[in-house]
Design a binder for this molecule. Structure first.
Ligand code: C2O
Ligand code: CU
Ligand code: CU
Length: 443
C-alpha cells in the first residue's frame, strides 16, 4: 500500500508536500533486484491527499541523473503549475508549484511529463495517486488502507536479471508487458475486513488497456470516473480503463471468501491477454458497511451552448495530430476562459486514447453510440477505438495565460513522446487573436 501523505496546514494555511525523485533498486520478483525510480522511495510514490479549498505547495526535488517534470494529471490549475514539458526540473533542483484545490472529490495522479522521455520515466516507476476530497457528506468507504484502497495497474516486461525489459519507444505501442503489477507488487493479495470496499483504480501503464472483472463474475458498482463521482452508482460486471484513466468501484464481500480481480482479453490491440491482477481474501469476520448510496452527487451535465465551437483532431499513425507532430514552440489552439466546446477526435488507425489537461469533459458519443453508463461522468482521458470518432463536451477553466500552454495528447506514452500531442492556451475572452502562436520552449 503506498504511504499516505497528508501534511497538516502551516500557520499560513498551506499544506506543504515534499516529493523527491530518486533512483534505486526494488525487489519486485523473488530474489531479483530491479533498478527503479520512485518518489520518496525507490519505486512509485506516496498517495497525496488534499481537500477542496486547500492551499497546497509542492516541493519536488529532482535527484535523478536527468531532467524531468511532474504533472498533476486531472488537476485544474494554472498552466505554469501544471508540470508539463514547459516546467523542467533540472537535476539537483527543486520545483515549487502551488495552487488552491478547487474541484470535486476525485482520484487524480501525478507522473513525469518531459517531452520525449515520459514513457521511460513512468516505466521506471515514477507515478503516484493524488486523492482529492470535498465536503459532500456521503456514506462511502473513505478510510485509506482500511476500506478504501488505491490500485495502480502497470504492466512490465522483465529481463532475466530482473531489470525492466523492452523499449517504451519501439513498436506500435511501446510496452505491452506480460507481468502486471498492482501498486508495484507482482502477484499480490489483499485481505479485506469490511463488507464493502472501495477501490480507486488507476491505469498507470504505458499502453495497456484493462478490462476488469472478478473471476466469479460478481457484479459491483462504479461510483466515479476520472474527474469525480457519478450522479448514481452504475452496476456492472466489467469495465475498461485505458492509460491515464481512473475509476472508483465498490465491491461487496462475504466472510471468508476469496476472489480474484482479473483483466480479460477483449480482442483490442492494447487489451490483449488474460491476467490475474489481485487476489482478495475476505476475513472471517467482516465489519458491517452501509449500502452503496442510491444517489451520489448532483452532476451538472457539461452541455455546449448552441453554436459552440467545434474543434476536430485527427490522430494519424503513432506520432501526429492533424498531420502535425508536437512542437513545444507552437501553440495549436487558443481557447477562451470558461468556454464549453465540442472536441471531436477521429482515429483512422489502431487504438489511441485522448487526454486533455486542465479540463473536465463528458463523452457525448464514441463510434456513433453513447458511452457506457459507467463512463458518463466527468473525465479527462478517453479511449478512442480504432476507426472511430469520439465526441466530447469540454469545460475549460478560468486560469488565463497566453504564453503558457496546456497539453492534449494520446496517453499511450510511446505516442505522446513521439509527437501525438498538441498545445493550447486559455485566454481572456476577446483576446484570442492577440496570442503569439510561437512561444519560447520553456515558459
Ligand atoms: Cu497524464 Cu499530459 O498527462
Ligand atoms: Cu494530464
Ligand atoms: Cu496513441
Amino acid at each position: 500500500m503506498p504511504p499516505l501523505l497528508h501534511p497538516e496546514p502551516g500557520k499560513d494555511g498551506v499544506r506543504r508536500f515534499e516529493l523527491s525523485m530518486q533512483a534505486g533498486r526494488t525487489q519486485i520478483l523473488a530474489g531479483k533486484q530491479t533498478p527503479t525510480w520512485g518518489f520518496n522511495g525507490t519505486f512509485l510514490g506516496p498517495t497525496l491527499r488534499a481537500g477542496r479549498g486547500d492551499k497546497v505547495q509542492m516541493a519536488v526535488r529532482n535527484q535523478l541523473p536527468e531532467v524531468s517534470t511532474v504533472h498533476w494529471h486531472g488537476m485544474r490549475l494554472p498552466a505554469r503549475m501544471d508540470g508539463g514539458p514547459h516546467q523542467p526540473i533540472e537535476p539537483g533542483t527543486v520545483w515549487t508549484p502551488h495552487w488552491t484545490i478547487d474541484q470535486p472529490a476525485a482520484t487524480s495522479w501525478y507522473h513525469p511529463h518531459p517531452h520525449g522521455t515520459t514513457a521511460q520515466h513512468v516505466y521506471r516507476g515514477l507515478a503516484g495517486m493524488f486523492i482529492l476530497d470535498d465536503d459532500h457528506d456521503l456514506d462511502l468507504p473513505a478510510d485509506y488502507g482500511v476500506n478504501d484502497f488505491p490500485l495502480i495497474l502497470q504492466d512490465k516486461k522483465f529481463a532475466a536479471d530482473g531489470s525492466f525489459d523492452g523499449d517504451p519507444l519501439k513498436g506500435t505501442f511501446g510496452i505491452l508487458g506480460d507481468h502486471i503489477l498492482v501498486n508495484g507488487t507482482y502477484n499480490p493479495h489483499l485481505t479485506v475486513t469490511t463488507e464493502r470496499v472501495r477501490f480507486r483504480v488507476l491505469n498507470g501503464s504505458n499502453a495497456r488497456m484493462y478490462n476488469l472483472a472478478f473471476a466469479d463474475k460478481r457484479r459491483f458498482h462504479v461510483i466515479a470516473n476520472d474527474g469525480g463521482l457519478l450522479s448514481t452508482p452504475v452496476e456492472v460486471e466489467t469495465f475498461s480503463l485505458t492509460p491515464g484513466e481512473r475509476a472508483e468501484i465498490i465491491v461487496a464481500f462475504a466472510p471468508g471468501e476469496q476472489v480474484v480481480l482479473r483483466t480479460t482479453d477483449n480482442g483490442v490491440d492494447i487489451g490483449k491477454g488474460d491476467f490475474d491482477l489481485l487476489k482478495l481474501i475476505a476475513a472471517d469476520d467482516l465489519k458491517p458497511a452501509p449500502d452503496v448510496p442510491a444517489r451520489l452527487v448532483p452532476l451538472a451535465p457539461i452541455s455546449a451552448p448552441a453554436g459552440a465551437k467545434v474543434r476536430r483532431f485527427r490522430l494519424s499513425g503513432h506520432d501526429a495530430i492533424n498531420g502535425k507532430e508536437m512542437d513545444m514552440a507552437r501553440i495549436d489552439e487558443v481557447v477562451p476562459a470558461g468556454a464549453i466546446e465540442i472536441w471531436e477526435i477521429e482515429n483512422n488507425v489502431y487504438s489511441h486514447n485522448f487526454h486533455i489537461h486542465e479540463v473536465a469533459f463528458q463523452v457525448l458519443e464514441t463510434g456513433g453510440s453513447a458511452p457506457p453508463a459507467y463512463a458518463t461522468g466527468y473525465k479527462d482521458t478517453v479511449y478512442v477505438p480504432s476507426k472511430s470518432v469520439v465526441r466530447l463536451a469540454v469545460q475549460f477553466g478560468g486560469f488565463t495565460d497566453p504564453a503558457s500552454p496546456y497539453m492534449y495528447h494520446c496517453h499511450i506514452l510511446r505516442h505522446e513522446d513521439s509527437g501525438m500531442m498538441g498545445q493550447f492556451v486559455i485566454v481572456k475572452p476577446g483576446t484570442e487573436s492577440q496570442v503569439n502562436l510561437t512561444i519560447p520552449t520553456h515558459t
